[in-house]
Write a protein that binds this ligand. Sequence first.
Ligand SMILES: [Zn+2]
Length: 230
Amino acid sequence: MVTATGGAAQSREPAQSPIDVTFDAIRFDPAQPRLSVSYWRTDVELEYVRKDLSSPTGCVTRQAEETEEAAVEPGSGHVTLAGVRYDLVQFHFHTPAEHRVGGRADPLEMHLVHRAADGGLLVIGVPLRPGTRSTVDSVLARLAPECGEPVDVPDIELGTLLPANRLMLSYTGSLTTAPFTEGVRWFLATGMTVSQATIDRFQQLFTGGNARAVQPLGGRTLALTPRTGG
Ligand SMILES: [Zn+2]
């Protein structure tokens, strides 16, 4: 994780997520390590993640940090970056998209969360826009209730959650929910489509949205990063 180096912690420039991607912050570095994706088929369990367990009205109150989260079977997916392996743990959804591009947000964003043996986190963000049906429609066909049983979704081909376009933008940021831990490696993919009906169903659950506001980019840049596999 990122720690302050000398001086007061508050003097350090924050490196939080999400961000608004501006084109002048994008860099091409031929030495940038590529992201190798190894995704297979898995059953997933879609679960409503609660943040208000102690509230008497928690079962009907939507919180901005709550979401629908799909747990994958252990070993069903991992990515490798510069020799370090990060295992896919879960993926979840935000509305509207947390990352913006030139100030514009898509209606949904999917976050695929990976963890290394040392605890380091790597998240692939995929913006989702209305169009033809995709694997996301299968995952979100029935949403898990806030206080009820998770929904089993069999036989998801994880590789089909990523777009055919293999260029990604990478930067270092943070978790977008508490405790907003920094040092998270972010990889932003180009968009995938999902049906308008699925977007509507998710937005009817989170009527006030469940996305964090964009955070200052500061001096950070985004690196064009090729992906292999997945
Ligand atoms: Zn997220």
